[in-house]
Design a protein around this ligand. Structure first.
Ligand code: NAD
Length: 478
């Protein structure tokens, strides 16, 4: 029986009265971990401790903060195989996907270790005579980070690293489905020498996230998760004038123009729609194909999808692991069952798989001839489901791509530079991919969406500076 992993408050591991357990979605007979569930009193304590710690932490030298982040990156690098295995066991993504996620977290810590010492302001002449203007960037204060289960190591990392680099105190509330891997991150930061109260972690469900959001001493909240919860949080945070960053869902289009390299386009469609079991905010869920190549594309897509192997996340032969939970399996199945009555034609898959045993396995599904009004093409499903649409021409494809209230990631496959540029200009999304899948991003440039997909400054790169610092303008005369 694994020992209970406790919450991390004021530099120590604090037990709780209540405890939860998590099981491997690839084999639900395997217990992954046991976790202390924080109380709302724990959240209050953590915020009070963070408030006090902030007065010292914001004054630490950038070098000290940089060194801590560097040590965290080293530890992640050293422990990558073990962390990736735990991530696969807990979330269900395949081992190569888990290794990529853990590696990205290490890169993120190392990048922000450098950024801590590079934080720049601006120095300008005033419009007034003999006056100088100094625009500085300072830490925001106590920040609450609320994260989802689908990237349970890299998202906490890409929020924590910049927050700490720029002198903020962090309270992380990870997803209740992925406490084990989040706990490892807390443990790595503890070992790396983060002072008490500067990084803390409270585990629990939505009520614990809500307790963090409603605490008036939390100066900023960065949330990644569903649109529904994001909207709830926005009402409270904007209502009390705190800083807010939301990264929400997507309904990401992949356009395949008539001049596209079809093999590459099919490969990107399969990777974007089905890998990570479709549980990525940037997953391609609407593939929009020029009428001239539509039938050829669909034939190749069906053939390639039929070769995908769904299985245990740690089995080297598996291309796709299970869905994360029974609730997710039920949700995805519901969308698949409802799709034909909305007008879509079922072309492939969509069954709950009985083998291997004891897991939440779901066969990738393809629908054709649907319309953008039906729920499967309007709402985020978050599973291995894709709809293929026929566009009459390039303008029609762009129109269909933008026919969504979301705006996270959009892709196009084309050999034409002019079409690629036109698509970049016309897209309503925060990220555009040319001859690449809609999934995949770098750690040193802004990540995030528009419209219903996001609110506030983007994450990573310059976006992180915007969110985790605030400016102070000083006017200086002799
Ligand atoms: P979720 O919204 O159910 O939960 C996210 C987090 O919010 C969890 O930690 C949860 O415990 C917490 N929470 C739930 N109710 C809360 C409340 N009332 N107040 C405060 N916190 C609360 O999302 P999920 O199912 O964990 O993750 C899947 C979603 O995340 C998808 O919609 C996906 O698109 C989105 N996502 C977005 C991005 C992005 O960068 N845009 C990246 C990954 C995932």
């Amino acid at each position: 029986m694994p020992q209970v992993r406790n919450n991390y408050i004021d530099g120590a591991w604090r037990p709780a009265e209540l405890c939860s357990e998590s099981y491997n979605p690839s084999d639900t007979s395997e217990l992954v971990g046991r976790f202390a569930i924080a109380s709302t009193a724990d959240v209050r304590d953590a915020v009070n401790v963070a408030r006090k710690a902030f007065t010292h932490w914001k004054e630490t030298s950038p070098q000290q903060r940089s060194d801590i982040l560097d040590r965290a990156a080293d530890a992640i690098d050293r422990r990558t195989p073990e962390l990736a295995t735990l991530l696969s066991r807990e979330e269900g993504k395949t081992l190569p996907e888990a290794v990529a996620e853990v590696t990205k977290a290490a890169h993120t810590f190392r990048y922000f270790a450098g950024e801590a010492v590079r934080l720049a302001g601006a120095s300008l002449r005033s419009v007034r005579k003999a006056v100088d203007v100094d625009v500085r960037r300072e830490a925001v204060g106590v920040v609450g980070l609320i994260t989802p289960w689908n990237f349970p190591f890299s998202i906490p990392a890409w929020k924590s690293a910049p927050a700490l680099a720029y002198g903020n105190c962090v309270i992380l509330k990870p997803s209740e489905l992925t406490n084990a891997i989040a706990w490892e991150l807390a443990s790595i930061l503890h070992e790396a020498g983060v002072p008490p109260g500067v990084f803390q972690m409270v585990m629990g469900g939505g009520d614990i996230g809500a307790a963090l959001v409603s605490n008036p001493d939390v100066d900023a909240v960065s949330f990644t998760g569903s649109e529904a919860v994001g909207r709830l949080i926005a009402v409270q945070i904007i209502g009390r004038g705190a800083k807010l960053q939301l990264e929400l869902g997507g309904k990401n289009p992949l356009v395949v123009a008539d001049d596209a390299d079809l093999d590459k386009a099919v490969d990107a469609a399969v990777r974007g729609a089905f890998y990570s079991t479709g549980q990525r905010c940037t997953a391609s869920s609407r593939i929009i194909v020029d009428a001239a190549i539509h039938d050829d594309f669909v034939e190749r897509l069906l053939e390639r999808t039929a070769r995908l192997r769904v299985g245990h996340a740690l089995d080297e032969a598996s291309d796709i692991g299970p869905l994360v939970s029974a609730a997710q399996l039920e949700r995805v199945s519901r969308y698949v069952q409802a799709a034909p009555s909305g007008g879509a034609r079922h072309a492939y898959g969509g069954r709950v798989l009985e083998t291997p045993a004891n897991g939440y396995y779901f066969e990738p599904a393809i629908f054709l001839d649907g319309n953008m009004r039906q729920s499967i093409n309007r709402e985020e499903v978050f599973g291995p489901i894709v709809s293929v649409f026929k566009a009459t021409d390039f303008e029609d494809a762009v129109r269909l791509a933008n026919a969504t209230e979301f705006g996270l990631s959009a892709g196009i496959f084309t050999a034409s530079h002019a079409k690629a540029r036109a698509f970049i200009r016309a897209s309503n999304s925060g990220m555009v991919m040319v001859n690449l899948p809609t999934v995949g991003s770098d750690y040193h440039v802004p990540f995030g969406g528009r419209g219903a997909s996001a609110y506030g400054p983007k994450e990573m790169g310059l976006g992180a500076v915007e969110f985790f610092t605030q400016t102070k303008t000083a006017y200086i005369a002799d």
